[in-house]
Design a protein around this ligand. Structure first.
Ligand code: PHE
Length: 344
């Protein structure tokens, strides 16, 4: 292009040089933006002698159109180039295996954490059995965690749950039973609800203890519900979860919110009671606590214990995952170690 005015010519030439190395969006700001070079040229129009202003203005307009067209062409070319190279700017880089400082694209995408995979399986089993699902919460209060669950104030059982407290007196729940009162109050009888949730305990961590764990609570209330119903339901869902014919052993237990209370042992799904390192060579694994909902808990949930009965249970999701997949250290589940997570 041939420009008569020196200042217009200069802008034209620098623009051409810039197109070699500058990306279209930056060219646009530099030349066509509010403080861009074309706007600056326009400011000079008034300084030209009157009879030259029209010609000078025309040249600037020609240049402006040229620049607009060129930037338009360049952005189309850039987009085409990116899609040809199939660059996915959102793809993760594997920094560790980079060679010659070039980041290498990971050749696989992420996957669902094994805890979430298994949680989905388990909730599926319960949904097929007609249960509703109510998620637990991550911060609660003394009333729901203890008082509504028949823990009298000052009762030593309050110490059994290694509870964290905030300075304001709130509680990151130590078990999903913290939701029982809400479930009893907000669902209509017959109640069949499972409550998955994250729990927190002030524990020294080791291979089988973590400060953060996951439980799945169940609450079942109706007329004439007996312990027989409880064991029948528990056996059915445990078989659904472990996809195996299990033997169940029951031993008495104690929870302030159930009476009678029980602990459920299952025949070790790995060695079928022959004894192995997962069940500490006993052939049995303690899997959960359960019991008939205490009349005081029903009453506190606005349900008449003379008319209705029910049962509840709580088991650890992390435990189930460890047993199903032969994981020997609970801390691995929260480790974020890719080598471990990639196995699932
Ligand atoms: N919340 C109890 C625990 O964390 C388990 C449980 C739930 C026992 C419901 C009885 C009924 O150990």
């Amino acid at each position: 292009m041939d420009f008569k005015y020196q200042t217009v010519k200069e802008v034209y030439e620098t623009f051409l040089a810039d197109t070699e190395s500058t990306i279209p969006s930056e060219l646009k700001t530099k030349y066509l933006g509010k403080k861009g070079k074309v706007k600056q040229l326009l400011k000079d129009v008034g300084e030209k002698p009157k009879d030259e202003r029209a010609n000078f203005g025309k040249e600037i307009n020609t240049l402006k159109h040229f620049i607009e067209n060129k930037i338009g062409q360049l952005s189309v070319q850039t987009k085409a180039k990116f899609s040809q190279d199939q660059i996915d700017v959102t793809a993760p880089f594997d920094i560790n295996t980079s060679q010659e400082n070039k980041p290498k694209l990971l050749n696989k995408v992420g996957s669902k954490h094994i805890l979430n995979q298994e949680l989905e399986n388990i909730l599926n089993v319960f949904e097929k059995m007609g249960f509703d699902i109510e998620e637990s919460r991550q911060i609660d209060d003394d009333y729901n965690m203890f008082t509504a669950l028949n823990f009298p104030i000052g009762h030593p059982a309050r110490d059994n749950w290694d509870t964290f407290w905030t300075e304001e007196g709130y509680i990151p729940p130590a078990h999903t039973s913290t939701m029982q009162n809400r479930v009893l109050k907000s669902y209509k009888i017959p109640i069949r609800v499972v409550v998955p949730g994250r729990c927190f305990r002030n524990e020294a961590t080791d291979a089988s203890h973590e400060h953060t764990l996951h439980q799945i609570e169940g609450v079942y209330v109706d007329k004439d519900i007996s312990m027989g119903d409880m064991f029948g339901v528990i056996k059915e869902f445990l078989e659904g979860i472990f996809e195996a014919n299990l033997q169940i052993k029951i031993q008495t237990g104690y929870f302030p919110f159930t009476e009678p209370s029980a602990e459920i042992m299952i025949s070790c799904p790995f060695c079928k009671t022959r004894g192995c390192n997962i069940c500490s060579y006993s052939g049995w694994i303690e899997i959960m606590g359960c019991g008939m909902v205490h009349p005081n808990v029903l009453r506190e949930g606005c349900i008449d214990p003379e008319e209705y009965t029910g049962f509840a249970w709580g088991f650890g999701l992390d435990r189930v995952v460890m047993m199903k997949y032969g994981i020997d250290d609970i801390r691995k589940l929260h480790s974020g170690e890719l080598e471990f997570l990639d196995q699932f």
